[in-house]
Design a protein around this ligand. Structure first.
Ligand SMILES: Nc1ncnc2c1ncn2[C@@H]1O[C@H](COP(=O)(O)OP(=O)(O)OP(=O)(O)O)[C@@H](O)[C@H]1O
Length: 479
């Protein structure tokens, strides 16, 4: 069953439980989902695991300084509007809160309409900010999604840096693990640069044998080698006036490294078999997930090329180092999966979100997008629950191409146990059992007796288990 459409999610933090209840009832009456917390710590935990659109914070919490809580909240969620509650006659505290970044304040006692008007404005503002962060474009609109999404300080820094360096023609080196968005960053750089009207061309330097890569990059003349029956333009020429991304540059073979160095130094290319150089007008962006300095030390990467490329390095943060972006990205990838697979009312439960936040994401944003899409397909009603996420995570090795673990079709508990933030054992067991039962049903094509045999249980027991987990064998039958 999906939850009703809320206008926004408001976190109410006050040590007076009665007031919390009252506020929450009023908010819910006006279409907002409300979550109550009575301590600053509890509030921070909610922000860790859920998407919150606005927060109402009493500055006088039992044993805690509300302003400290405000600071901690802002460090964690930069864009969250916080409305502070102050007692009558403490305007100074309210002003101090505004100076420290609070969005607005309400003085007790306040009217319903004051509360609503503050909350509505705050939610509207956060929506706009998130849209500005490029969020809207990704939903059902992948082709044009050339912005790095996220509201964490880390990704905002990267976005700002890219916007700043886009104007120049300097060579940029994008560093970061696989799936962190290096190619997307390169596209964004291109689209913000004066070369945006030119072409963006990308090549993976690790995917082709040396000779072929060389002729792809620099072109060749007729007769340069057997099979070169006519002149061929290289990618440096094809990207003229635009941007060329040398992806996985750390994997470029030595003979190509020499030639790349020459292009960067001389700004001209010599096609394979040619005698004359041709000038090029290309901005070069290189990307790698390797530690290039270490490669230089090992002697597998040229030091002179390293310095040429390392003019403007940009480090793409790993997803586990900006976990606060996970809820937002997850919601967006879910919306995207739902539009692609025509799923109605997609929704992520807070328990599922907790698992997503706890996972280490070796395959970064790409892995998150894949896991969400996989889980969305497992969730018949579009509501992503822990078992759907866990079932996909359990067969995740194929998601990260750089990991060499053999793919496995089975569910194992490592993902549960590996999570930094452990689930309570009971919840983890429940989630595992459910995912296991689903997998058994899937393998048995919805046939209960066969699934029970696979699970080593008798049919009656197995039926009882299915019932307990609300699973219906019919959902797993072909067609
Ligand atoms: N911040 C982000 N916002 C939205 N989508 C993102 C973000 N980062 C990555 N993605 C998406 O994740 C996927 C992987 O990103 P991308 O291909 O740019 O990573 P990469 O670092 O170049 O990976 P690799 O090193 O494996 O080539 C893409 O579909 C990309 O659109």
């Amino acid at each position: 069953m999906s939850e009703p459409e809320w206008k926004g999610h408001v976190l109410v933090v006050d040590d007076e439980e009665d007031l919390c209840e009252l506020l929450s009832m009023r908010l819910e009456h006006h279409g907002f989902r409300a979550t109550i917390e009575t301590t600053g710590r509890g509030a921070l935990e909610v922000l860790e695991r859920e998407i919150v659109d606005a927060m109402i914070l009493d500055l006088r919490l039992d044993g805690e300084d509300g302003l400290d809580v405000l600071d901690a909240v802002q460090r964690r969620s930069l864009d969250l509007p916080v409305i502070v509650l102050t007692a009558h006659g403490t305007v100074e505290t309210a002003v101090a809160a505004l100076h420290r970044g609070a969005y607005g304040f309400l003085t007790k006692p306040f009217h319903d309409h004051e509360l609503l008007s503050e909350v509505e404005h705050a939610v509207e503002r956060v929506r706009l900010r998130r849209e500005v962060a490029g969020l809207r474009r990704i939903v059902g609109d992948e082709g044009e999604g050339v912005r790095l999404l996220g509201t964490s300080a880390r990704i905002e820094e990267v976005r700002e840096r890219i916007a700043r360096i886009a104007r120049s023609d300097a060579t940029v080196l994008l560093l970061g693990e696989s799936g962190t968005g290096k190619e997307l960053a390169a596209r964004m750089l291109h689209s913000l640069s004066p070369r945006a009207h030119g072409r963006f061309v990308a090549i993976n330097c690790g995917a082709l044998p040396a000779d072929l890569l060389e002729s792809e990059l620099f072109g060749h003349v007729r007769g340069a080698f057997t099979g070169a029956v006519r002149d061929k333009e290289g990618l440096f020429a094809a990207a003229s006036g635009g941007t060329l991304l040398l992806d996985e540059v750390g994997d470029a073979p030595p003979q190509v490294q020499v030639k790349l160095l020459r292009v960067l130094q001389e700004r001209e290319v010599v096609a394979v078999g040619a005698t004359r150089a041709t000038p090029v007008d290309v901005r070069v962006v290189a990307a790698t997930h390797r530690d290039l300095r270490a490669a230089v030390e090992r002697g597998t990467f040229r030091e002179d090329l390293f310095y040429r490329l390392h003019v403007v390095p940009v480090e793409m943060p790993a997803l586990r180092d900006r976990r606060e972006d996970i809820p937002l990205l997850a919601e967006l990838f879910l919306a995207r999966a739902a539009s692609r697979h025509r799923l109605s009312e997609p929704h992520l439960t807070s328990d599922a979100l907790r698992i997503l936040r706890a996972h280490d994401w070796p395959g970064n944003v790409r892995e998150l997008a894949n896991v969400i899409e996989g889980a969305a397909l497992l969730a018949p009603d579009g509501v992503l629950r822990p078992q759907h996420v866990l079932a996909v995570l359990a067969r995740a090795p194929e998601l990260d191409a750089s990991e060499s673990e053999p793919p496995s079709g089975s569910i194992d508990g490592r993902d549960l146990a590996r999570s930094r933030e452990l689930l309570p054992l009971r919840e983890a067991r429940e989630a595992f059992d459910r995912a296991y039962l689903e997998e058994a049903l899937r393998r048995a094509g919805g046939n209960v007796s066969a699934a029970a045999r696979l699970a080593g249980r008798n049919r009656t027991d197995f039926h009882a288990l299915l019932k307990r987990h609300g699973l219906s064998p019919g959902d797993f039958r072909e067609g």
